[in-house]
Design a protein around this ligand. Structure first.
Ligand code: PEP
Length: 250
């Protein structure tokens, strides 16, 4: 049995005040669902505050990105080892917004993944196709390339302590969710790709779905055989919605 994960990605949203109320609501609700790992990924300045506020064993701290370097003259960057030092356990890498708006290539994403792993943290590797790629029939090769660039650099054993999030770009923040069948098809494809190198690692790898997950559609998505939870953007800013998604994953 793979332990489900529901991970919040606050993106560029929040305030100290919001941090207080949202984390406290997540703490008390998640305590009743200890079969689920809950991850909160606030913007960098709030990490230490969220770390202090987390008071429930199954609630963990996550970051939204990390540098591809360990240290040096890289103004504005944050190293994975620093994230570990302030209490992070998970780091999102390769989110489509980072790939699209900040030009992160598959190779840069793979380098970031490696840094996160080497710092002892669990990467949440995001992969996903654009609507254009889906319509052109290159969805599968896009996903396989994104996954394999990381596996080629980090090695298959690295996937043992990792999470993959399938996030079709056309479903992120658009209100358009992939149907449970569409999502399941890609999750199964990812697991099969990993299984080519290790069936054992493929079986235990947790693969999350992300893209307009809400309280109303979470249970159906999570009931699919290869969907092990969700990466939640918009709905993670609303305690009631997010907590309902945690319940759906239990
Ligand atoms: C995300 O950005 O990871 C995401 C899934 O966003 P949303 O839930 O808002 O679609």
């Amino acid at each position: 049995m793979r332990r489900p994960i529901v991970a919040a990605n606050w993106k560029l949203n929040g305030s100290l005040e919001m941090t207080q109320t949202l984390v406290s609501a997540i703490n008390s609700h998640s305590a009743n669902y200890d079969s689920v790992d809950v991850v909160i990924s606030p913007p960098f300045p709030y990490l230490i505050k969220v770390a202090e506020l987390i008071s429930t064993n199954n609630v963990h701290l996550g970051a939204q990105s990390a540098a591809e370097y360990e240290s040096g003259a890289y103004t504005g960057e944050v190293a994975a080892v620093m994230l570990a030092e302030v209490g992070c356990q998970y780091v999102i890498v390769g989110h489509s917004e980072r790939r699209e708006y900040y030009g992160e290539s598959d190779e840069v994403v793979a380098a970031k993944f490696l840094q996160v792993q080497q710092a002892g943290l669990i990467p949440i590797l995001c992969v996903g196709e654009s609507l254009e790629q889906r319509e052109q029939g290159v969805m599968q090769e896009t996903i396989v390339r994104q996954v394999n660039t990381v596996v080629d650099l980090a090695g298959i054993a690295a996937m043992q302590n990792s999470v993959i999030a399938y996030e079709p770009i056309w479903a992120i923040g658009t209100g358009k969710t992939a149907s449970p069948e569409q999502a399941q098809e890609v999750h199964a494809l990812i697991r099969a790709e990993i299984a080519k190198q290790s069936t054992e690692i493929a079986e235990q790898l947790r693969i999350l779905y992300g893209g307009s997950v809400k309280a109303g559609n979470a249970a159906e998505l999570f009931s699919q055989a290869d969907i092990d939870g969700g990466l939640i953007g918009g709905a993670s800013l609303d305690a009631e919605q997010f907590n309902a998604i945690v319940s759906a994953a239990s």
